[in-house]
Design a protein around this ligand. Structure first.
Ligand SMILES: [Zn+2]
Length: 412
């Protein structure tokens, strides 16, 4: 019985995802008119290109997802039990067995995912003129990711494996280590990890910087500078983000948005500042800590009760824990809409903040329009799909909401 529940969730999650993606494509292609609000910037050609980009991505998604599902099942029924056996024959140390198990499984997964990553970058993104990555950057990125996983992953994983081995009620210690690691990662990411992949250059002295610092000062945001990231070495897509914790907190702008009019860059900066002022990183960190604890506790319960050994022939604690984790994560897939609903609320708040401190929503509206055009965003995402997956409201919704704010402000 449990085996069926387990498989229904593992497979069901993929079916729901495929269904939502199909709905999303159908919804977008059924809309033939550019919304009035975008007619000044989006051309017919651009509109068609965005649809075709969505279509290519959706079809590619179906294929890679089907492949993933097959691989997951092969792993569950054959590969994980086989690798477990193999590592047990190599060493008698539990921690070493666990490390080898995850290293081998991770490597196989990486190799299997490579053709898909290559196709996505060098065929799809290339076709739409987004990709600026060379083969060299692509390969170096993978090598760097492996090295970072080994350096950061080995000590943390060894500690977790040790805890599992010595304490049968390991869940809360396990959760503490995971939370500590998460906070540590948020702190070091902007200064130690991100610079391994990109160059971060402080915005040069000048009018733009002065205006940014002025806005930051006025709103009590203590920063020495804003960082420009050389995103253009990988993509032409455009973005900005707030990152870090305490002293490493910073706003990062993609170099791809530097060609925007100054007031639009300021509006984008003000949006990121809004995330800082409204405590969004802190709030979402607290939420993810709650999630982690719940996640780990539920995984632990499944680990204690579920008869994985009987169905799959696995015996090691770390393998059983992995299966339990996979089960819980397929359950958690169904609360994705809730997590994204919170994130979308934060985005509206940050947009509102930007409009308020600049005394006008129009620069942000124009920046959003530019983003829709340049990133080939889907103008008509399916309502159910975007409720489920969109961490940001659809750009058009953001524009409408900003316009409503403007009307309200003017009527006061
Ligand atoms: Zn945002």
């Amino acid at each position: 019985m449990f085996l069926w529940i387990f498989l229904i969730f593992i497979i069901g999650k993929e079916i729901v995802h495929a269904y939502l993606s199909w709905r999303n494509l159908k919804y977008a292609t059924s809309h033939k008119e550019i919304p009035d609000i975008l007619k000044d910037i989006i051309t017919e050609e651009n509109f068609k290109k965005a649809k075709s980009y969505l279509k290519d991505n959706t079809i590619f998604g179906f294929i890679s997802q089907a492949f993933d599902l097959v691989i997951t099942l092969v792993f569950l029924f054959f590969l994980y039990p086989y690798i477990e056996n193999f590592v047990s024959s190599i060493t008698s140390s539990f921690v070493l067995q666990g490390l080898l198990f995850f290293a081998i499984s991770g490597l196989i997964n990486l190799i299997l995912s490579l053709p898909f990553q290559i196709y996505d970058t060098f065929v799809i993104e290339q076709k739409y003129g987004f990709n600026t990555m060379t083969v060299k950057t692509f390969i170096l990125d993978i090598i760097k990711s492996i090295i970072i996983s080994v350096i950061l992953g080995t000590p943390i994983l060894s500690l977790l494996l040790y805890i599992i081995k010595v304490d049968p009620n390991f869940w809360w210690k396990f959760a503490l280590v995971v939370i500590f690691f998460e906070v540590f990662m948020i702190y070091i990411y902007p200064v130690l990890i991100a610079p391994l992949f990109n160059k971060f250059i402080p915005l040069e002295e000048g009018e733009l910087k002065n205006k940014i610092m002025e806005i930051a000062d006025k709103n009590g945001f203590k920063i020495s500078n804003v960082f420009i990231m050389d995103a253009s070495r990988r993509t032409k897509k455009q973005n900005a983000y707030l990152t870090g914790l305490g002293k490493t907190r910073r706003v990062v702008l993609y170099d791809t948005i530097l060609s925007y009019p100054q007031e639009e860059i300021l509006a984008i900066f003000a949006h990121e500042l809004g995330h800082h002022k409204k405590g969004h990183i802190t709030k979402s960190s607290i939420l993810s800590i709650v999630f982690y604890v719940l996640y780990i506790y539920l995984t632990f319960l499944v680990y204690k009760k579920a008869p994985f050994t009987q169905y799959f022939g696995i015996k090691k604690e770390f393998t059983i824990l992995l299966y339990s984790f996979m089960f819980i994560s397929s359950l958690f897939y169904f609360i994705t809409p809730l997590v994204n609903a919170i994130s979308r609320r934060f985005e509206y708040e940050a947009d509102k903040f930007s409009a308020e401190i600049l005394n006008t929503p129009y620069p942000l509206i124009n920046a959003l329009k530019r983003l829709i055009k340049e990133n080939l965003s889907n103008i008509y995402p399916d309502p159910l799909f975007r409720t489920w997956y969109y961490s940001h409201p659809a750009p058009v919704e953001r524009i409408y909401s900003l316009l409503t704010l403007d009307k309200e402000a003017k009527s006061k």
